[in-house]
Ligand binder design. Sequence first.
Ligand code: NAD
Length: 487
Amino acid sequence: ELVYTSLDVIDTKMAVSKEFYFSRQKELSDAKNIAKTDLQFRLKQLKRLYNAVKKNEASLIRAMEKDYHRAPQESLQLELIPLYNDILHMIDCLPKWIKAKRVGDYSPAYMLGSVYVEKIARGSVLVVSPCNFPVLLALTPVANAIAAGNSVILKPSELTPATAREMQRIIEETVFPHGLLQVVQGAIPETTQLIRSPTFDMIFYTGSPKVGSIVAQEAGKNLTPCVLELGGKSPAFLTKNFDIRNRSKLHTAMKRLFFGAFSNAGQICVTPDYLVIHESIYDEVIREAKIVLNEMYPEFSNATDYTHMIGDRGYNVLTNLLEKTQGETYTPTAAAGFKSDTQDGKYCIPPTLVFDCPWDDPLMMEENFGPVLPFYKYSDLDETLDQIIARVDQPLVQYLFSDSAHERQKILTRLRSGDCLIGDTIIHVGIQESPFGGIGTSGYGNYGGQYGYDAFVHERTVFKQPFWMDFMLFMRYAPYTEAKRAL
Ligand code: NAD
């Protein structure tokens, strides 16, 4: 369905991307007011990108629906609106972000000179994007890279071919300066050629930890810096200090957990992957969970406005795990007996709770990346944290539902994570000016607001020293005489 870019064409595109960067810098070096010219150029490209996506909103939503039965409401709410917000925020803040920063150093060696830190573009950048948010996670890094003055090659996911094609059409029909932004379509061989190339000055990769490690190793051979936005098992905690006597609060907590666990059919890097619940509230939580799940999914069929699994790979893995689980599965009453019509390419798994999942359950091993939420009943918080740390150590996010500040602090102190949410799930990714990124196996490097801009620049110190004050620096020059030593 998707025409992969031939390896020769990839070579040419890479050369054009690098050439664009060099010729742009040459042009800029002759500009009368570089700062102003460069800012205006970048703003213009961001506006072009914004307008192009906005104009083609309906066709992008249709493409995602075609690729994996993506619920149009989710495409708009979780994908396109956040993308618009990101680009508009960049346009708003770029005049501030682009400015060099004056630095004062009052020690004698520097106090009479001037120091500033400027943010220079890295050059030609490769963005490799995943399948689960095929537009947002492709075009937000692309916009960041352009805002920071780079040229970009985008390699969308081959698992969402209609969306990948649509993005390429939109980008090619939007007349960007030649070489600024190009798309390469492909799967493993094409991506391998890209990540092995010494052409790139940076790689921004979003995907699984396994492939992230391959990317980092290949990039490392050319000393190409990377940002890795990866996934993993993000735990959610419902502790004994969460006040379940407040029924409506428990109800809301379950709604928020299921919003995170089942939106995009659970195919979100920050999805709560499993829920640990204190034994004293476990039965009440299950009772409420069943009520809320049925309220949220009152009807269920292949036609329901509910996102499906992206292709057979994830579907087969997850249905296999569900067959092997030792826990008790629960789906909404409306989905009882539901069978996915896989022959028609519909890979649908209903939202599924799995009660009483032990630590050694197949669902507790790897990131589930689908609409399945295992429940684990715990009695001792420290022992539970020991288990989690031994398994995942550094999840992308942790979700805390506890009314005790002391208890929350205990969990936060013991469990490292990319981010943390208290009382809600997944929506932190939309906060404009806070960093989003992993730690350890969930990745490295951040984006989000200025963090995204900074990810695509190199911060260069520029120090200018006057000559007239050289007498003050006599100590540093040879010969190292007795008199100097004595001082
Ligand atoms: P993936 O790692 O399979 O694929 C991502 C990209 O890598 C695709 O463009 C693909 O073509 C390419 N790729 C795949 N195998 C490759 C290989 N062997 N060599 C070179 N390139 C290869 O991931 P996916 O299934 O598209 O996305 C799901 C994963 O991404 C989950 O683990 C999820 O948690 C993670 N994710 C992380 C974030 C984040 O921001 N941290 C966001 C979304 C998804």
